[in-house]
Design a protein around this ligand. Sequence first.
Ligand code: GRF
Length: 221
Amino acid sequence: MLRTVVCVSGGGTNLQAILDAIDSGKITNAEVTAVVSNNPGAKALERAAGHGIPGILMRPADYPDRAAFNRAFTEKMCGLAPDLIVLAGFLVKIPEEMVEAFANRIVNIHPSLIPSFCGVGYYGLKVHEKVLERGAKVTGATVHFVNEGMDEGPIIAQKAVEVLDDDTPETLQRRVMEQAEWILLPQAIDDIANGRLRLEDGKVRRRSGLSAGPDSGKEEI
Ligand code: GRF
C-alpha cells in the first residue's frame, strides 16, 4: 500500500477525485493516510474528515520565521512516513530540505501545459487569466515530480483542454479541472502505486513490464 499524504490549501476537488478513485478502485494499492493544510478554513479538511482521514494544520504564521516553519514542516512530514506526497492545490513553497528528504516522492498538479503558464506568480485563477490574455487556443494540466525549481520537475502526465472564445477564467478553470486534473492526478497516483513509472535521465518513462531493474541513468520510483 502506497502511504499517501495530500497537501491542500483550498477547495480540495483534486483531493476528492483521489478519494473517489480509491473508493471506486480506479486507484489501487494506495491509501491517503493524512491531509495537510496551511489553511484552517480549507474545505479540503472537511472532505478529509468525511473520509475519517486525519487533517493536520501547518501554518507558516505559527512559527517565528520561515526557516523554523520549514524545519517543523519537514519533521512533521517525515513523522508521517509517506511513500508519496501529493500537492493538490497547496500554496506553500516546499522547503528544499523536504524536497531532498522525499526525492522523486512528491508530485504536484499544475493547471496548464508546462512549460507554458507556470512558474512564479502562476497559481489558481491567475494561470487561466494569463491563458485568456494571451489568446491561447489550448491549455490543460500537468502532473509532475517536485524538485527544487518552481514547476520544473520531471513531467509525469499531461492532458490538453480546448480554450473557448467566451471563456472566463472561472469557466476555463472548471473545464481544466473536469477534463484534465481530476483524471490525470488519480491516474498518476495509480501508476506510481503500481510501479508503472521510472525515471530515466531525468525523464519519466513508462516501464515496459519486462524491465530487469535499474540500469545506469535509470531510477526506480
Ligand atoms: C487546481 O487547479 C490545481 O491544479 C492547482 O490548484 C487548484 C486546486 O483546486 N494547483 P482544488 O483545491 O483541488 O479544488
